[in-house]
Ligand binder design. Structure first.
Ligand SMILES: [Zn+2]
Length: 437
């Protein structure tokens, strides 16, 4: 079986080494031209990451999936590196001649993202070739493929239905000549379609597009669509994806880690990625992780991040699509200190926690009349220690600590009655706290 990567700039043909036997068969005798739309820095996004760069990233991921897992003959790429500058008509010409092999490529898939002046808008748009009279471009196929891709892409991106669709390009834009409207649909001689996945002009989407994980997710939706179009059953999927946030306020976390079955993925960081697009270490974040190669019916995913309590989430693995697992991590808040030197409390106090009952977090405050080593722990109703909240020497004053309803290892405790107990030389105090989930 011949599988090749055809480099565009010089039309140099590179044959990739033979790989292990393909698990997915049924694409033999077929090939695809992947058009990584635009070049260089065309269509700059909200945070300086271009549509062109995102399209190339998705194209390379899709290339990788098709070549490494299927028996497809050839995957052609319009460009393979960010420095390649390939024009619009050039891409059609490459596909029509299949880089000089004498016959056109079997399929033309054009990758894009959209632009909108509405910075929060998001959608998926698929455009297939259509003539002025409304008929589908011949050779047919683009319309059917677009419908499949639309579903998979919207599901993968978890978009609401509003504002997304698969359209004939003349219906969508109007037809100037006989159609199709879009150059890539009009000029190419094989079935074709064009995807507009999300808006690079959308701040949230632009940050996601920067990350490798998001591009691989998008590539998978196209890969599964290509298999479905050919009537090839999807083999078992073992991929967990999702967002890791601060449970308070919902901010996406940089450098958070998801691990399961010995595999791990870390969300993008300023040092690892975002420094290329901003000088502000705190500006960009996508909180998106991608774990693949997972097996078994149930997944126990451990999420962690510096200065947050770890969390473990147990989910049933989705067998035919992504398993979506989002998580909010509770921050380890430092002790808030309020020392009122002129008004020292006359005695040791452990104030009622607030709120109480509580659902996820509760604030516990205490007042110290003298300095000394404080020991503040949480116990369950059977007197077993659940969490150590504070243990160090402190000056007189009032202090506050947050308990997030978890053990120190990060495990959420069940609903019930808990006690906070404060011990200091000279006395001890307890309060009753009720956790209601
Ligand atoms: Zn575009």
């Amino acid at each position: 079986m011949r599988r090749s990567l055809l480099l565009t700039a010089s039309a140099l043909i590179v044959f990739s080494p033979l790989r292990t036997a393909a698990q997915v068969t049924g694409l033999s005798g077929w090939n695809i031209f992947i058009d990584a739309g635009h070049s260089l820095t065309a269509n700059m996004g909200a945070h300086g990451y271009s549509e062109a760069e995102k399209n190339l990233g998705v194209a390379l991921e899709l290339y990788d999936l098709l070549v490494t897992t299927t028996d497809i003959d050839t995957v052609f790429l319009s460009r393979t590196q960010q420095s390649d500058d390939v024009g619009l008509s050039q891409r059609s010409d490459m596909a029509n001649s299949a880089f000089g092999t004498g016959q056109p490529a079997s399929w033309f898939h054009s990758l894009h993202s959209n632009a909108s002046s509405n910075s929060t808008a998001n959608s998926v748009l698929m455009l297939w070739g259509q003539y002025r009279d409304g008929a589908e471009k011949v050779p047919n196929g683009g319309r059917a493929m677009s419908a499949i891709m639309l579903d998979n892409l919207a599901d993968g991106m978890r978009l609401p239905w509003t504002g997304q669709g698969s359209y004939g390009d003349c219906s969508f834009y109007g037809c100037s000549g006989d159609g199709p409207y879009l150059s890539v649909n009009r000029r190419t001689v094989m079935p074709s379609e064009l995807s507009e996945a999300g808006f690079h002009s959308n701040s949230v989407q632009n940050q996601r597009n920067m990350g490798a994980a998001w591009k691989r997710m998008e590539a998978y939706t196209f890969y599964w669509s290509i298999l479905a179009y050919h009537g090839i059953a999807r083999s078992a999927v073992g991929i967990a994806i999702g967002h890791i946030r601060n449970v308070e306020g919902g901010r996406l976390l940089n450098g958070a880690v998801a691990t399961v079955q010995g595999k791990g993925d870390t969300t993008d960081t300023y040092e690892g990625l975002f420094h290329r697009y901003t000088s502000d270490p705190d500006l960009l974040r996508n909180g998106f992780y991608f774990l693949e190669g997972l097996t078994g019916d149930s997944l126990e995913i451990i999420f962690s991040a510096d200065n947050y309590y770890a969390d473990t989430v147990q989910v049933i693995r989705a067998d035919s699509f992504f398993t979506f697992v989002d998580v909010g991590l509770a921050p380890k808040e430092p002790l808030g200190t309020e020392v009122v030197a002129r008004n020292l409390p006359p005695e040791l106090l452990l104030h009622s926690n607030f709120p109480n009952p509580f659902n996820s977090l509760t604030h516990i405050s205490f007042s110290l009349p003298t300095d000394g080593v404080v020991d503040l722990r949480v116990y369950d109703i059977l007197g077993r220690e659940v969490a150590l909240l504070d243990r160090q020497r402190r000056q007189p004053g009032r202090y506050q600590v947050v308990w997030n309803g978890r053990t120190e290892a990060g495990r959420a405790v069940p609903s019930g009655v808990y006690f906070a107990r404060l011990i200091m030389p000279g006395g001890s105090r307890s309060i009753k706290m009720i956790l209601l989930k």
